[in-house]
Design a protein around this ligand. Structure first.
Ligand code: ADP
Length: 250
């Protein structure tokens, strides 16, 4: 077992753009059911790392395993998505002309594990699932609203709900609280804490108060110049001189 039971296993990943190394021998693994926070200053390589995981960018060298057997560096973007890696980008991309409920149903229909039928009707199990997700994303009672009329934060939650409808095995969230109000940020932390242990989640985020809230006792990884600068519990990495230097020292 080369991946040591990890759901995601990145080994010595380097991505060069005309000689510049956006990722430089990056090593990182995520365990099943883990909620991992990734932090690091601008330009650290966080986006490039997500692009490698989702097949958008091919590494110059290194290996990336999903589960025990899938080599992500040899798969197309759509294959990776079908294999169960779901990514939420920073900007919400919901179907604005459709209701909250329709958005969730559309996402369910896009789930490759749900057998498509000509006249798609939701089973009672699927309806229960939608209800659970509506509660989780704090949009129960609002299912008839047009998604375009939701607040920025609500759109972000709806998109998290749509991701969950597709039952991904690994969820990548890119700055989920960017642009949110303080109240929305707190609720997003609550939402992620409810998902803890039930899903494998990687969160890239700049908001340190939020990261502290969702990291709890879990591992935080600090990226810098394309590799891992520090990894440990939030209070440990925050007290690490090298981390303090890259955040404050320039
Ligand atoms: P982060 O998400 O942590 O801010 P990025 O992964 O976006 O960092 O970028 C890492 C570094 O790689 C940056 O210096 C960025 O300018 C560079 N970079 C990213 N994508 C490209 C590209 N397509 N071509 C050239 N340089 C790039």
């Amino acid at each position: 077992d080369t991946t040591h039971g990890a759901i995601l296993y990145l080994e010595d990943i380097t991505v060069s753009f005309d000689g510049f190394k956006a990722l430089n021998n990056l090593n990182l693994d995520i365990s099943v059911g883990e909620l991992r926070c990734i932090i690091g200053p601008n330009g650290a390589g966080k986006t490039t790392m997500m692009d490698v995981i989702t097949g958008k960018t091919r590494p110059t060298s290194g290996t990336a395993y999903f589960g025990q057997t899938m080599d992500l560096t040899k798969m197309a973007e759509y294959e990776i998505s079908h294999a169960g890696i779901g990514r939420k980008f920073q900007r919400p991309t919901v179907f604005e002309q459709h209701t909250v409920l329709e958005n969730l149903e559309l996402a369910m229909k896009m789930n490759k594990r749900v057998k498509p039928t000509l006249f798609f009707r939701l089973s009672s199990e699927q309806k229960d699932k939608i209800d659970d997700i509506l509660r989780l994303i704090r949009l129960n009672g609002q299912e008839k609203r047009l998604a375009g009329l939701l607040s920025h934060g609500q759109k972000q939650w709806l998109e998290i709900g749509m991701l969950l409808m597709q039952e991904p095995q690994l969820i990548l969230l890119d700055e989920p609280v960017a642009g949110m109000s303080d109240a929305e940020t707190v609720r997003t932390a609550e939402l992620l804490n409810e998902l803890r242990g039930k899903h494998s989640i990687m969160v890239v985020e700049h908001d340190m108060a939020f990261v502290t809230e969702i990291a709890r006792d879990g591992k935080v990884t600090v990226l810098h110049e394309g590799s891992v600068l520090a990894e440990g519990k939030m209070h440990e990495v925050q007290a690490d001189d090298r981390v303090i230097e890259v955040y404050l020292g320039r």
